[in-house]
Design a protein around this ligand. Structure first.
Ligand SMILES: [Zn+2]
Length: 295
């Protein structure tokens, strides 16, 4: 009983937050917008998609034999045409900033791919489900954001499989067999393992460096300097930062203004289960999840 009460108490702040948000969204919807109300619009409000950024095409990614995407790879599989972008977010879900980002994406009728950390999915399962419910693609990014360049193969497998397990158990439509390495640190042996598991690896083409800058202007500068140089590509953001949530509406507006086309990636097949995979037991580390370095 005591445990049940404690559990309920732990859940309460999240529930209260969600209810406050709904109440606030309803209150905002009833008032006329003012210049001071810079917050993203409520997701539930009807959106006119006619003049929105939208999605120009959907690519069904065949992950048979893995596949690697992004400029860091010597032989990436073909993905995008000139002027096309894929919007990606790592490290969440986050109860507050992910919600704001979802609202900004919904306001532009566009879709993104989220590479999620296992223990964040475990902590915020409702938000993970909400991301999928709004049509976005969810892949994974290890269980505790470990740098797989410094682990044994056994630890790497545990990090990968436990995250896919918790995501599969949480998401009604299952998880995409899409993976991004933390810090983009990608040893060949782990890449070989992912290829055997028919899991695609997504690097990046353009880095927003949103984890280290504090203003929308700087995020915009990083994104559009990169995009203009490369003519498009896979863009990296993180949905665990306040500045990212604040900046995304401006980034989406500028993508539209500069006529970039958003491509939505979806998996051709669901992740294949591994009978021998352990559940979500990963040895706890002393330090909390931090994201000091990039990605
Ligand atoms: Zn990361």
């Amino acid at each position: 009983m005591r445990n049940a009460l404690l559990f309920a108490a732990l859940l309460l702040p999240t529930v209260a937050l969600a209810e406050d948000r709904v109440a606030n969204a309803a209150a905002t919807a009833e008032k006329p917008a003012t210049a001071e109300q810079a917050a993203p619009p409520a997701a539930k409000a009807p959106v006119d998609c006619k003049n929105a950024l939208g999605v120009s095409r959907v690519i069904e990614v065949d992950t048979t034999g893995g596949g690697e995407y992004g400029e860091q790879y010597m032989h990436p599989r073909p993905l995008l045409e000139k002027g096309e972008v894929v919007i990606t977010f790592d490290d969440g879900p986050h109860p507050e900033f992910t919600r704001q980002i979802l609202d900004a994406l919904a306001a532009e009728c566009t879709e993104a791919t989220f590479f999620y950390v296992g223990r964040m999915i475990k902590n915020f399962p409702d938000m993970a489900r909400q991301v999928q419910a709004e049509g976005h693609t969810v892949g994974t990014h290890t269980y505790t954001h470990r740098n797989l360049g410094g682990t044994s193969m056994g630890q790497a497998e545990q990090q990968i499989e436990s995250t896919f397990n918790v995501a599969e158990a949480t998401l009604p439509n299952g998880v995409a067999p899409f993976f991004r390495f933390p810090y983009l640190s990608d040893p060949q042996r782990v890449r070989d393992y992912l290829a055997k598991r028919n899991i695609a690896v997504f690097g990046i083409d353009v880095d927003s460096f949103d984890w280290r800058v504090r203003t929308t202007e700087k995020v915009m500068h990083n994104v559009f300097t990169g995009l203009d140089k490369k003519g498009g590509g896979i863009i990296l953001f993180h949905d665990i930062h306040a500045n990212t949530a604040k900046s995304i509406p401006a980034v989406l507006a500028e993508l539209k203004k500069r006529s970039y086309k958003v491509v939505h990636l979806v998996p051709k097949s669901r992740l294949e289960a591994v009978a021998a995979a352990e559940p979500t037991q990963v040895a706890p580390r002393r330090r909390a999840h931090r994201h000091r370095r990039a990605r």
